[in-house]
Design a protein around this ligand. Structure first.
Ligand SMILES: Cc1cc2nc3c(=O)[nH]c(=O)nc-3n(C[C@H](O)[C@H](O)[C@H](O)COP(=O)(O)O)c2cc1C
Length: 199
């Protein structure tokens, strides 16, 4: 979905669940609506629809100054991750971490880590805009540490992207396909997150 307003901040929304229309998808849709209500330019992608191979640690990105050697959808996604101003990743908890779809995408951002730490260049392509990222997650269980693994991974990813970790919506006890529909406050929180991240 793309809302037009070239003057406004751009937001890349990344759905990382394999379950289309499931709980994190619904929360992300609310965040997209919130951001669009502020006039942001929003691009919404679903990782499960893309071809993203796992990082091979071939160090091709070191030899080429930050260009990943694998020819798949990460080529344009890496460009988007440099071009956009704001990001929201939505992934359910899978075995105490993010989904395989999210982790494959994150690991391929090693090419951006190389740009930042080996070549000491800015990752974001726009000079004057502070980059920020947020995280949406749900899990079927309800215990204190259930989001810790995912948050550590997502914070480390945003750090490599030169984006400040600037918000989260984390909802426990959400397991079946429609569970999030009963949680109106979480849906409202996600809408507000979308508004805030582009404000
Ligand atoms: C492979 C797999 C692993 C899971 N691991 C966890 C887990 O470690 N902790 C948890 O709370 N829920 C876990 N769940 C449950 C999902 O997080 C839950 O069903 C969630 O609502 C799915 O979100 P979605 O509808 O956005 O796909 C797991 C589900 C699957 C399929």
């Amino acid at each position: 979905m793309v809302a037009n307003n070239a003057q406004k901040l751009s937001l890349l929304c990344i759905a990382a669940s394999p379950r289309r229309g499931g709980n994190t998808d619904r929360l992300l849709n609310e965040a997209v609506a919130g951001a669009a209500s502020k006039g942001a330019m929003v691009k919404h992608i679903t990782l499960n629809d893309l071809e993203i191979a796992p990082c091979q640690h071939c160090d091709g990105c070191i030899q080429t100054g930050g260009i990943c050697a694998i020819a798949d959808d990460m080529q344009w996604l890496l460009a988007d991750l440099r071009e956009f101003d704001r990001f929201i990743l939505a992934s359910p908890v899978f075995f105490m971490g993010v989904t395989a779809q999210a982790k494959a995408m994150i690991d391929r951002c090693q090419a951006l880590w190389v740009i930042k730490y080996i070549f000491k260049l800015p990752v974001g392509l726009k000079k004057d805009i502070a980059r920020k990222g947020a995280f949406i997650s749900v899990g079927g269980r309800s215990h204190d540490k259930m989001f810790e693994g995912s948050i550590a991974t997502v914070k480390s990813w945003y750090h490599a992207l030169d984006a400040e970790y600037a918000g989260e919506v984390l909802v426990k006890g959400i397991d079946h396909f429609n569970d999030i529909d009963k949680n109106h406050s979480a849906l409202r929180e996600a809408f507000a997150l979308g508004q805030r991240i582009v404000s």
